[in-house]
Design a protein around this ligand. Structure first.
Ligand code: ADP
Length: 394
């Protein structure tokens, strides 16, 4: 059995999972989340297999001190020595056009990762902190990078090319890349085990960040996030699709800098803006039932945009065999799933209300008569990264 550590670094957070595997069975020995790195009030949660979650309040200055603190916790609870770790897998947001699959990290890969980091203005650097810290702490342990954009490298030109002057693509590589690829890949792979005949699939990864992907014969052919993770459907605090001129207009008429507009588009928009300050759909749903007008508007805009993408991708693929809901909202919000599916009744899609009341489980929602299959499939990006890490390193 080999032990593999999986890391997912955010700018002020770091998720970790320790797997034990023989390449067939993957057991999670421990997992947790470090929050508020570099901010007062930081802490690390830790949960060993079948145990209660523990929270440790610790001062975490940066990703390196955070990783050292995580190692201390692992050594006190589930590891005898750091030498037990055979490989480390990292989740990365962007692989540009360089990577269409996971790779072992070496100096050449690092150069390409540095080159693509600015393609994700808010998150790009954060992903790198974890790799840099890990390479200095465990320099002899192989490390693997799994890219959120890799699964979408199969998109045809007509889906990834924007109608900009050609040098914007040829020289500056501005194109649709797409994200959440590891999640879309995982849930579509799980669906293919249950429903191998489904060749036209729409995967709805709906969380605080959301994307919808058209998957034909197992390959991503279009996806709602584009050059950055700001476009597509309405998100928790990100605006999703807006007229391309709006940011320029705001800068020109309201004396705002590019950085201020960037922050606005990523942190102050989406459901948060529409609902009057709530980015979590649980809060918005509660307000919706209280008759709050802003909450009702936020929900209506959200459903409108999701339905619009499902309709567009159905047309692109010439039909749809199955729709998958996954991630925080997709797995848990019976309310939003029902609203989205009700709008799709025109194509013969029907879901079972009682089954839809369940949360966080793999279930088929569609009724026997439904012409489109609908599934909730909990995502598991860490498992894909662990599998890729094992297959590349062992
Ligand atoms: P991310 O990984 O992008 O941070 P997640 O996929 O974890 O986000 O999704 C988080 C979101 O999922 C929350 O902001 C909330 O809107 C939604 N969510 C989580 N649990 C529930 C629930 N029980 N009911 C409805 N929505 C939920």
């Amino acid at each position: 059995m080999k032990k593999i550590l999986i890391l997912n670094s955010g700018s002020s957070s770091l998720k970790y999972q320790l797997f034990e595997t023989d390449g067939k069975v993957y057991n999670v020995l421990a997992k947790g989340l470090a929050e508020r790195i570099g901010i007062p009030g930081s802490n690390i949660s830790f949960q060993a297999q079948n145990d209660e979650k523990q929270i440790f309040k610790l001062e975490l200055d940066n990703h390196k001190t955070t990783l050292k603190a995580i190692f201390d916790i692992l050594l006190k609870n589930v590891l005898q020595s750091m030498d037990e770790i055979s490989a480390v897998g990292h989740r990365l947001g962007h692989g540009g056009e360089y990577f269409d699959k996971s790779v072992v990290i070496n100096d050449d890969v690092m150069t390409k990762i540095y080159e693509t980091k600015d393609l994700l203005p808010l998150h790009g650097k954060a992903f790198i902190y974890g790799i840099e810290a890990m390479r200095s702490i465990l320099p002899d342990v192989p490390q693997v990078a799994t890219f959120d954009s890799a699964f979408h490298q199969t998109m045809p030109k007509e889906a990834y090319l924007y109608a900009l002057p050609t040098e914007q693509y040829e020289k500056y590589r501005i194109r649709r890349y797409g994200f959440h690829g590891t999640s879309h890949y995982y849930v579509s792979r799980e669906l293919s085990k249950i429903l191998p005949q489904a060749s036209k699939v729409i995967s709805c990864h709906l969380g605080s960040g959301s994307s919808i992907t058209a998957i034909k014969n197992g390959k991503s052919i279009d996806t709602s996030l584009g050059f950055t993770a700001t476009g597509g459907v309405t998100m928790g605090t990100r605006c999703g699709d807006i007229d391309a001129y709006i940011p320029l207009y705001i800068m020109q008429t309201q004396n705002k800098t590019a950085e201020e507009v960037n922050l606005m588009m990523n942190k102050e928009c989406g459901l948060y803006a529409l609902s009057g300050g709530y980015s979590d759909t649980r809060d918005i749903e509660k307000k919706y039932y209280e008759g709050d007008e802003q909450a009702i508007t936020a929900i209506n805009v959200y459903v409108h945009n999701v339905v619009k993408y499902i309709g567009a991708y159905t047309a692109e693929m010439g039909g749809v065999d199955a729709i998958i809901f996954t991630a925080g909202i997709g797995e848990n919000s019976s309310f939003l799933r029902q609203k989205i599916c009700d709008r799709l009744a025109f194509m013969g899609l029907k879901i079972d209300k009682e089954i839809n009341a369940q949360r966080g489980k793999l279930v088929e929602l569609s009724t026997k008569e439904s012409t489109v299959k609908v599934y909730v499939i909990p995502t598991n990006e860490e498992l894909v990264i662990a599998q890729d890490t094992y297959n590349l390193c062992m």
